[in-house]
Each structure stands twice: as C-alpha cells, then as structure tokens.
Design a protein around this ligand. Sequence first.
Ligand code: HEC
Length: 161
Amino acid sequence: MNMARARKVVFALVGLLVVAQFIQPKRTNPPVIPSRSLAANIRVPVPVQGILRRACGDCHSNQTVWPWYSHIAPLSWVIVDDVNEGRRHMNFDDWENRQRPKLDNALLADICKEVKDKGMPPFSYRLMHKPSRLTPKEIGPLCAWSQSFGTVTLPRFEMTP
Ligand code: HEC
C-alpha cells in the first residue's frame, strides 16, 4: 500500500469512529427500591453482600459505576449491552423482577459455579477491574452460601419480551 492510499484508509477509519460517537446507547441506573432487593427477599450474609456488590454489582445491580470508556463507541455499545443483559438475568437491586422465580435456588447455586469456573465476572471485566478478582478467602464464604441453595440445574435462559 502506498502512502496516499494508507492515509485515505486512516482518514476513513477516524471518520467512522467520529460518526460512531453519535450513536450512544442509554447508560441507565434505575432507582433502587430496597424492598425489592435480593437481601430483602433471601438471607444473604453481610460479607457475601459486599463481595456480590463489589465484583458483580456493575452488571447485576442498578448501581453501575460507568467507567469513562463506557462513553466511547464502539466500546459503549458492548458495555451497555452487557449491563442490560446481566441485569435481565439477575439483578440484586431488583430481585422481584426476576423472570424465572421458580429457578431461584438454581440461579443462586450457579453463582458459585460461575465464580469457580471463572465464567463470572467476565474475563474482559476482570482485566479492567482489579477489585473484582476474588481471592480463595472470598470464594469460600461466597460458595458456602451459594451452595446452600442446592445444585445447579439451570436451563438455558429464554428471554420473555
Ligand atoms: C461485565 C458485566 C458482568 C459482571 C461484572 C458480572 N456478570 Fe454475571 N452475567 C453478565 C451477563 C451479560 C450475563 C448473561 C449472559 C451470560 O450468561 O454470559 C450474566 C449471567 C450471569 C449468571 C447466569 C444467570 C442465568 O440466568 O443464566 C450468573 C449466575 C452470574 N452472571 C453471576 C455473576 C457473579 C456471581 C458475578 C460476580 C462475581 C457476575 N456475574 C459479574 C454480566 C456480568
């Protein structure tokens, strides 16, 4: 590729990035109603609440701390999508809105499995958020609590409109 051509490609890419900034998905933090929370409905030891809030709260609560790069497309698209999707599956601030109440125990049991398998928090998130990397000392009590709900038999999540 000659220089003139390379310059054109770079300009086109920069142009695309600039245009992309105008497509901004909504970063929401819906109101928190304490009576609807996980802890209001299910016994959660205080240390476990702290771990869940710190390591999982950005995607599974209504109190997301939106990082600066969540304002930059195309990253913003991926991050907003992750948060919306995470909340839909399990929202500690809006537990009463869960879509599959009959599967509560399986969902709570899945928490330990996800953390042990390193499925949650997602790898990219752990990379950017050091405090979300849980130590064995934290995983112990988290798993003891999670496994007190039995074993995981969580069928695939089907979205209801
Ligand atoms: C960066 C956002 C993000 C963070 C942080 C995060 N999750 Fe998730 N979580 C998701 C998304 C998105 C889904 C749904 C898609 C999937 O399963 O990958 C999900 C799904 C889940 C599910 C499965 C729910 C179901 O209905 O199948 C569990 C359990 C879960 N997360 C637990 C956790 C736990 C525990 C933590 C903290 C240790 C955590 N997550 C941190 C984004 C996140």
